[in-house]
Ligand binder design. Structure first.
Ligand code: NI
Ligand code: MN
Length: 220
């Protein structure tokens, strides 16, 4: 099971049979590790309707044939009008998929689409559980994730629009994942952070963290 960070909130999850791409904001992202034309995907997951998450998902879906997986309201508001094939669910539900399944988990954040809620995802894939938090502030609901026995938590640390490093550390203590990978920082000047200092704080609290530079992969 490989996790590749492509920049911002975009990851490629690959279990050797299926490629899952998340929040592919590549065009206009100076730190993106691949271009929208190069990005590979069998499924594209989008957490909410803000431009730095929808990103190039419509173009990548059209080129690759990968459906966009998201909440029913985001599909109705953004992807279905664009003629993009979607796989939908809603908060709290598991979506069965060929690689395993994905739970739509709440996020505390605007969605950018009226009537639509923002979300994160729990991927059960390649014998692992990976939590992609999406954009979110700290919320007590994260304590529910301790029961999910998360292997890897992808958490925003950029502050301003999402949790900053201090609240992300509080989130780690609730989620209790085996490994934390920070995301959603440094893309813009307003969300510059020191991911190594965050990782050190996570380690000091008794958990494990790994900073992936855009383009770097980790096998779990
Ligand atoms: Ni957002
Ligand atoms: Mn964002």
């Amino acid at each position: 099971m490989d996790i590749t960070f492509l920049g911002h909130a975009c990851f490629l999850l690959n279990d050797g049979t299926c490629k899952v791409l998340t929040d592919p904001f590549l065009t206009g992202n100076g730190l993106a590790a691949v271009s929208a034309e190069e990005a590979e995907a069998d499924y594209i997951f989008v957490t909410h309707g803000h431009g730095d998450h929808v990103g190039d998902s419509i173009e990548i879906s059209r080129r690759t044939g990968a459906p966009v997986c998201c909440t029913v309201d985001l599909a109705a508001g953004v992807f279905s009008p664009a003629g993009v094939e979607t796989v939908v669910g809603n908060l709290g539900g598991w979506i069965p998929l060929p690689f395993g399944k994905t739970k739509i988990f709440q996020a505390l954040h605007g969605s950018g689409v009226p009537g639509c809620l923002s979300c994160g995802f729990i991927f059960e894939m390649g014998g692992r559980k990976i939590y992609h938090a999406g954009d979110t502030g700290l919320m007590a609901d994260m304590a529910l994730l301790a029961d999910e026995e998360i292997d890897v938590a992808l958490l925003p640390i950029g502050d301003l629009y999402t949790m900053g490093p201090d609240d992300a550390l509080r989130a780690v203590k609730m989620i209790r994942p085996k490994l934390v990978i920070p995301m959603h920082y440094d893309t813009f000047p307003a969300i510059c952070q020191n991911p190594d200092a965050f990782a050190a704080a996570v380690e000091a609290a008794g958990f494990s963290a790994k900073v992936l530079r855009p383009g770097e992969s980790l096998t779990i």
